[in-house]
Design a protein around this ligand. Structure first.
Ligand SMILES: Nc1ncnc2c1ncn2[C@@H]1O[C@H](COP(=O)(O)OP(=O)(O)OP(=O)(O)O)[C@@H](O)[C@H]1O
Length: 329
């Protein structure tokens, strides 16, 4: 397994789609294909996706302003929530109606934030919880002691191997709650790998991570791809998206509003609009130029902020030093 150097830009996967990049575009080798997926809460359509394909063997970012429906879509695809309508397949198998634990067994896992309860377990115990197909889950085989003791030691061996890769092996007996924010994120990812997944879904992997651990987390995500896994992640950190994503899917108000490679997508007016949608207090028409009128100082400031937010910068390199990630205008 080769690792990516923090100083270099990672090698991007290209040629993932067929035809023009647009919402719902077909992929050469999709791992997820979703159709007509909707989820309503009260009167609000949180997810309203006509057609979506997630490419295999690539890193895909799911971005969009707060409330766009990203987490709800994650929950639906992983069987943690039920849609009002829709069908989807994972690796060619129909998944709607399949409960979360089966989805995970089929090779589609998502990371979870460490809850209070999981924080009271040790790092190693957390890892063991991530293992699939444990003999103890089967009543008959759980009665045969040699079977489960052998499996227990295999699971522990695998857990220690993965923990060593994530430099968490020396913390195996510590309570998970004692880890730093970044170490927790590493543990969440490490735990997901216990089941040898085909697709890893990460919910805001960078949230709350100290800059010292940023590069390590990025490298671990890039390594998942190098090992042949597909990655789908939700993230608000646009520098990270630009740096490691091969493909970007943009959601706003429940819909997919743009798709493409990170550079093209972040210059798409629909994407800029989607982000503007979260700043309801400013006259958006004036800001985007749809309505003629004098831009107020506040609007100018907002526009600059959004340029920065969607990554309209010259530099594609991600630096662990946040100072170096300041946009140049
Ligand atoms: N269980 C729920 N009950 C009611 N409304 C919900 C529920 N879950 C989500 N919503 C609403 O659905 C919409 C989409 O929410 P969701 O959390 O999926 O957005 P998101 O894109 O993940 O946002 P963020 O980036 O802030 O996490 C929001 O308006 C949210 O308030």
């Amino acid at each position: 397994m080769s690792s990516n150097s923090s100083a270099q830009s990672p090698v991007k996967s290209t040629g993932l789609h067929i035809g023009d990049a647009a919402p719902g575009v077909a992929k050469v080798d999709p791992i997820i294909i979703a159709d007509n997926v909707t989820r309503t809460f009260g009167g609000l359509k949180a997810v309203d996706v006509d057609h979506l394909e997630v490419p295999r063997g690539a890193i895909t970012a799911l971005i969009g302003p707060n409330g766009a429906g990203k987490t709800t879509l994650f929950n639906l695809l992983t069987g943690f929530d039920k849609p009002d309508t829709g069908t989807w397949t994972f690796d060619g198998k129909r998944l709607n109606g399949v409960p979360a634990f089966r989805v995970a067994r089929m090779g589609q896992v998502r990371t979870f934030q460490l809850t209070k309860a999981l924080g009271l377990l040790t790092v190693l115990e957390n890892m063991k919880l991530g293992a699939q197909k444990q003999t103890g889950e089967n009543m008959f085989s759980s009665l045969i002691k040699p079977l489960w003791t052998k499996q227990e030691s295999e699971i522990e061996e695998r857990a220690m191997e993965i923990l060593a890769r994530f430099k968490l092996d020396t913390k195996k007996d510590d309570f998970a709650a004692s880890l730093s924010g970044g170490q927790r994120k590493l543990l969440e990812m490490a735990r997901a790998l216990m089941s040898s997944p085909k697709l890893v879904m990460l919910d805001e992997p960078m949230a709350g991570v100290n800059p010292a651990l940023t590069q390590s987390l990025l490298d671990h995500i890039l390594n998942l791809k190098q090992e042949g896994m597909s990655v789908l992640f939700v993230e608000h950190d646009m520098h990270m998206v630009r740096h490691i994503a091969d493909w970007v899917i943009v959601m706003a108000e429940g819909r997919v509003v743009a798709e493409g490679d990170p550079h093209t997508v972040m210059e798409d007016p629909a994407v800029i609009d989607a982000y503007l949608g979260s700043h309801q207090d400013v006259d958006l028409g004036v800001v985007t130029g749809r309505i003629s009128g004098e831009k107020t100082a506040e609007a100018e400031e907002l526009l600059a902020e959004i340029d920065a937010e969607v990554g309209l910068t010259d530099s594609a390199a991600y630096s662990a030093d946040p100072e170096k990630n300041e946009d140049t205008k």
